[in-house]
Design a protein around this ligand. Structure first.
Ligand code: DGJ
Length: 723
């Protein structure tokens, strides 16, 4: 691995990958190449004349930034494609043209200031290039940061914009990164969805003109995940060039894919410029979130495994990063708001008999909250429901052998709450206008320090005063009426990003103060499932949709970027509460077992036979959970393309294969499931029979012909020798 600067070419490389850009004769950074490792010193830029519409360098008609591939195009004259950065100067003009000033190469990875990011544990894992550009006239200075990794085909990028003038500048947009590919011969994959249908895969052809994805919802959102992959048209799960762009950010984002007039493709990812503006006083700087760029020469599968290992071990932190996660039961779908201590302890009694390790008390334990109409912000236990308080209940749950977990929605405020009556200005709302409620609630203005401090102390008090080992951190609405009473009129464009900075400060404070608590992110299911949250919380509730059939799609789509260690799934009752579908217990158990597994149903209503099934299922899950949590994922059958779904995890000579059938098919063709990721020279045991890795991967496992609707299998493999 290394970063070199020779013959005016910056070369960031490891054994498999090269990323190259050049310093032009006018001191611009021009993108050359990103892909399989090559000899960078042989690369040349192609300068050619274009139609005279494009502005060009004085006396040099071949040199126009409007047609040249750039590293970080700033709105500044020649280039009229979408800029990565646009700055408004004190005189109201928007032109600046920062050009190369200097650069620095260091070991390790750059740090962030209040924003989540990938980290290294040792400087030998990565190297970092900082290139600074300056525009003497506008006094805007930009530093581009690139980190390349020794053993991962990953480049992390962020940008920092500095005001070197004595006057105020305003940033209109500042993407984290920009790459200009030489051609447009790609498809792009994005993870589209809605509540209860998150992260469905969608692959579309890159066409001429603009396309892209974004969120203006104040959160990364269920509608689009902050991720795009570019695939060469021939690329598949296991073959071909794929480029991933994953933004480490939980707020409004945008990923641009722009094919300009000469057929090149510009990709940019960062904070959504919609409604955004940021003032920079003399000497101040603005830091963008980080984009994690992954190159795979072997299809989507390898891209996902690169993201998985990186996010599992170098974005997640703390004790639970590596700890085996407990099997839990959550009372939400069991009781909703209608519970008391007795009911909870009845559930816990059965949970203990089944082998469940953690009980989670969901919404409804505080204030007057018997429905979703009130009390958010009043984090005081409801003594009518829980006369012994949270600490008393936690102790009783502990005595029954389970850990205790608690639900919060710390970012919210109900208009019907003591908090709102005391501090109406703490809600995000526009003075003089009735704010728009969603789920009867408003959002706290986390761009204010006093509000963040209240959240830290009110939630922290509860956590400090009871034996709480898990927290579910929910967030149940999108952001409207964006405005902060703490900001002057000309700085209102900062409110949404300042909210996210406040959120990260709160999450950092609480997760650092309570390192022994396992935090799980949630946003009405998976509406804020992004690497930013994973930096603070190592797992996220994947979706409110607990239907096992729908979960095949959601979990498959989620697996494009996120490792199973971050994805939670629960076994719930039938008919399913979201879609009304009835699926077999085995399918529900098997789908949930393929991620971090729990239960979410009224255990007291289970028959003896169901309890026996659950007991066995939980015991079997405990045998494979480490493989699921730490294994390498290989996707075998895609639910978006066919009737059957399968994926497998391989870990330290063992594997767990998950196979799900949707609809039974009469007289179905004979099928074999070809496994992946095994050692062809090794032998593996399956149910007492021995197969060689080569047989399992190239010939495959025979699948049953007469499947029923929603049939499923979990197949365990254990290495047992060499061929
Ligand atoms: C939405 C979550 O996704 C659910 O699991 C549950 O916690 C409810 N909120 C509670 O209001």
């Amino acid at each position: 691995m290394g970063i070199t600067f020779q013959n005016n070419i910056f070369h960031l490389f490891n054994d498999d990958m090269s990323y190259c850009f050049m310093l032009s004769k006018y001191n611009d950074l021009l993108h050359l190449y990103w892909g399989k490792r090559l000899a960078a010193e042989e690369l040349e830029m192609f300068f050619c004349p274009r139609a005279s519409f494009s502005a060009y360098e004085e006396n040099d008609g071949y040199y126009s930034l409007d047609v040249l591939p750039q590293e970080y195009p700033v709105f500044g004259g020649q280039d009229l494609r979408t800029p990565a950065c646009e700055v408004i100067l004190p005189d109201g003009s928007r032109i600046s043209q920062p050009r190369y000033k200097d650069h620095k190469i260091t070991n390790g990875k750059y740090k962030m200031n209040g924003l989540p990011a990938v980290y290294t544990e040792d400087d030998s894992e990565a190297q970092t290039l900082e290139v600074t550009l300056e525009d003497e006239q506008s006094c805007a200075e930009i530093t581009l940061y690139y980190t390349v990794f020794e053993n991962r085909n990953v480049i992390c990028r962020k940008s920092v914009i500095r005001n070197k003038s004595s006057q105020q500048l305003s940033i209109k947009q500042a993407y984290s990164m920009s790459v200009d590919f030489n051609d447009m011969d790609f498809n792009y994959l994005h993870l589209h969805g809605a509540w209860a249908r998150e992260r469905h895969m969608d692959v579309e052809k890159i066409h001429k003109g603009y396309q892209g994805i974004e969120s203006k919802r104040g959160a990364s959102s269920a509608a689009e995940n902050p991720f795009v992959a570019l695939l060469r048209p021939c690329a598949t799960e296991d073959f071909g060039d794929v480029y991933g762009f994953s933004l480490v950010y939980s707020g409004n984002f945008k990923i641009n894919l722009e094919v300009e007039q000469y057929g090149t493709l510009r990709v940019q990812a960062g904070i959504n410029p919609f409604g955004f503006a940021w003032s920079l006083k003399e000497g101040e700087q603005f830091e963008t979130p980080e984009t994690v760029m992954v190159y795979s020469g072997s299809g989507l599968g390898e891209m996902s495994r690169t993201y998985h290992d990186l996010y599992r071990t170098r974005i997640c932190r703390g004790k639970f990063r590596d700890a085996v996660r407990p099997v839990l039961v959550n009372n939400w779908e069991a009781t909703y708001f209608d519970f008391n201590e007795e009911k909870i302890l009845d559930i816990v009694d059965i949970a203990a008999q089944l082998g469940i390790e953690l009980f989670v008390l969901d919404d409804g334990w505080f204030g007057k909250r018997n429905s979703d109409t009130c009390s958010l912000g009043d984090w005081v236990v409801n003594k009518e429901k829980l006369p012994n308080g949270i600490d008393g209940l936690a102790d009783k749950v502990n005595q029954k052998g389970l850990q205790f977990g608690l639900w919060f929605e710390p970012e919210m405020i109900s208009p019907d709450s003591d908090l709102y009556r005391k501090h109406p200005d703490w809600a995000i709302r526009i003075p003089g206008r009735e704010p728009h409620k969603a789920r009867n609630q408003l959002i706290l203005d986390l761009s204010r320090n006093d509000v963040c401090d209240y959240v830290i102390s009110s939630v922290g008090d509860i956590l400090a005063n009871a034996n709480i080992q898990y927290v579910k951190w929910d967030m149940n609405r999108n952001m409207t009426d964006i405005y902060s009473s703490a900001l002057p009129a000309e700085r209102q464009g900062e409110a949404a990003h300042r909210y996210i900075l406040g959120l990260y400060r709160i999450m950092d404070a609480l997760t650092s103060a309570f390192p022994d608590i396992l935090f799980e992110g949630c946003s009405g299911g998976g509406a804020r499932f992004d690497p930013g949250i994973l930096y603070y919380m190592p797992q996220i509730w994947c979706s409110d949709d607990t239907d096992a059939a729908e979960r095949m799609y959601i979990q498959y789509g989620t697996s494009m970027v996120y490792p199973a260690s971050c994805v939670t799934g629960h076994v719930s009752a039938v008919p399913n509460h979201q879609v009304g579908r009835t699926t077999p217990f085995k399918l529900r158990g098997d789908v949930a077992s393929s991620c971090m597994m729990g239960y979410e149903l009224d255990l007291t209503k289970m028959t003896e036979e169901e309890k026996q099934q659950a007991r066995q299922h939980i015991a079997e899950y405990k045998e494979i959970r480490e493989i699921v949590q730490r294994g390498e994922l290989y996707r075998l059958l895609n639910p978006f393309e066919g009737n059957n779904t399968a994926w497998m995890y391989v870990y330290k000579g063992e594997a767990a294969v998950f196979y799900f059938c949707k609809m039974a098919s009469p007289n179905a063709p004979l099928r074999r499931l070809k496994l992946k990721g095994l050692d062809p020279k090794k032998q593996y045991q399956i149910d007492g029979k021995t197969y060689s890795g080569s047989t399992l991967m190239y010939y495959g496992l025979l699948l049953p012909v007469n499947e029923t609707d929603y049939a499923s299998m979990v197949i365990r493999l254990k290495e047992c020798g060499t061929n």
